[in-house]
Write a protein that binds this ligand. Sequence first.
Ligand code: V47
Length: 369
Amino acid sequence: MSVVTQQTALDAIWEKVEAGERLNLEDGLTLMESDDLLQLGELADAARRVRGGTDEVFFVQNLYLNQTNVCRVKCKFCAFAVTQKQADAYTFTPEQLVEDALAQREGTGFTEIHMVGGESPHVDFGYYVDIVSKLHEAMPDVHLKLFTASEIHHMTTLSGLTHEQVLVELRDAGLGSLPGGGAEVFADRVRRLVAPGKEHPDFWFHTHRTAHGLGIPTHCTMLYGHVETYEERVDHLLRLRGLQDETGGFLAFIPLAFHPENTVFERRGWTHTAGSDDLKMMAVSRLLLDNVPNVKAYWIMMGMPLAAVALHFGANDVQGTVVREEIFHAAGATTETEQKIEELVHFVGEAGRIPVQRDTLYNELRRWE
Ligand code: V47
């Protein structure tokens, strides 16, 4: 596209954004193909404000746990999963997880536990229910955001129960919400290349739709920066927007940049996504997902300095003060695994925004004006 044509196309998108009109697939592609990064940022920030966004930037104090790294699926992007026979394989008991969480709580005062793990064939559904109920009994005031849609699907195969039955049992044991992992990129072509052993994306949608119907809010994600095309990225975002139109159950979208270290892609010479691509992804996500209230700049993945820039590209959340992260660090992330509240507050403030500590459901707990 020539510079003039590109500018005209972006101007037309500006007009739609200002008029509160919905962007379509073609608009999404125009945005993805644009190299006018600053204008993309301006557009995304304008879209956020037109839709009621303020200067507030949210974060949550959360503890990351992984119940097991044993996984039956061999996703090519993953550096975390191992087989039961490998020396570094672990599967924690519910009691060990509770003990660990209680010990961490003394020093951090987290309000949320975020836990995802491998799809271990060596546990049963009762294991998952026990984890939820024991954590809930030990810390009834802590919100439990546990298990990706892939893990929920795995539980249906372990138990023979339906997705709804699994979710009801987990909810009744104390589950509060679901994280957004397992989405990867929905396009069949991409799925076949990067996660051939994973269930069809229809199950991801079925799980989230069912969760929303049961009053369980969820997150949504996209793992970008590997084999997917711009069109497949846009298609992914529009499919998420479609489900949100139906249910309104997504609290936030998190674009996850592919980290290649210790994966098959590293052996093929792949490197990290460019910061410019991360910012573009952020902006286009905000522009297309007009019905998802929060878009997160996940500092664990992009580093806090770039996450602060992303606040001017449509993001309004920086995830949280995370204690101990493993999935992205296994794949080469070098960010600190525990970012102190003061540092988050500092970065958000330096970006000209108001830091607000929230709970999982975006209720305000504390603000720094
Ligand atoms: O499904 C795995 C991704 C997900 C890599 O809901 C990778 O707030 C990049 O669910 N490079 C699991 N990404 C983690 C997850 C999550 C993470 C952050 C926030 C939230 C939320 C949920 O992590 C997987 C996959 O998409 N992932 N390996 C990698 N090498």
